[in-house]
Design a protein around this ligand. Sequence first.
Ligand code: GLU
Length: 371
Amino acid sequence: MTSLTSSKRLVVKIGSSILVDEAKGRIRRDWLDALTDDVARLHKQGCEVVLVSSGAIRLGRTHLKLASGPLKLEESQAAAATGQIQLAHAYQAALARHGITVAQVLLTLDDSEQRRRYLNARQTMATLLGLGAVPVINENDTVATDEIRFGDNDRLGARVAEMISADTLVLLSDIDGLYTGDPRTDSSARYIPEIREITSEIEAMAGAAASNLSNGGMVTKLIAGRIALAAGCRMAIADGRQVGALGALIDGTTRCSWFLPEGSPLSARKKWIKGSLTSAGTLVVDDGAVRALSKGKSLLPAGVTGIDGEFKRGDVVDVKDRTGRLLARGLVAYAVEDARRIAGRKSAEIEKLLGFRGRDEMVHRDDLVVE
Ligand code: GLU
């Protein structure tokens, strides 16, 4: 059965309607505390977590005492500017209870479409994750105008998952998954627990099963699904309304609709590594590492004797033996300057050498494809 526990890098998208108490227009503190307890639990198990949270506009609206009804663009931008501070502060306080640092990242559509900005955002997030922080992401609503907006955080979440090569994306929503129709009005609507391909038939169903309460209905969730699957990332749509909803997903005590890429997320990731045309650098390894790699083990810094190229954390690198024979390709866990500092050294020395506790492996076996 598909489960969250195998995830190493998880993006959780939190919809406005579940985080914010609709009547009061304020954050549901008990809900947020439970969510962050579950994030801390995942963190302890070695899973990196990124939160994509909506709610800025809804919170700002309360704070600015804007009248009900649809907001003008400039009003929602003003609301977002006010609400985002409250949002960031609430996450910071909730995660601080577990000693976890929060980092705010506000993105615009351009940040995911223009290569230089994309790489920049990706690098920042990789650095934050390497430092053990939990990035809390939202659209930069204050500056994004209509034509250049994501507009919904389902797609933003999927872009973020793609950007950081997450293996799992969870959309916490006000509905527990995908149905053949709208279960609120159509009693014959069937639940779909597993989707392997987003066909036009499924798209037609989504149109009928719109979830009205949140900004992103089922249609945007399917677009998110397309982006995630193409990136080899599995995606779940789950009902996030209950306090402890993420925990229930981790424990497998609640259902959700899974969108699954071909093969396991791991094999999709490996396929992607294998298929990448260029590598950003080369790690030369000693004979001990050659033997370890042939047994399916990770590449440790101790086995690295030479480094070439200019690479950042998460880039694809070649792994070669002393004679220059290509042994493997993988996603390197350190940027070139850090990799040079820890090459040939024991993993236990990493913290002392770099000033932060990074991964024990130079290239983890999950990120390695042996030739
Ligand atoms: N970025 C918007 C906000 O924080 C929400 C967009 C969405 O709900 O998908 O208010």
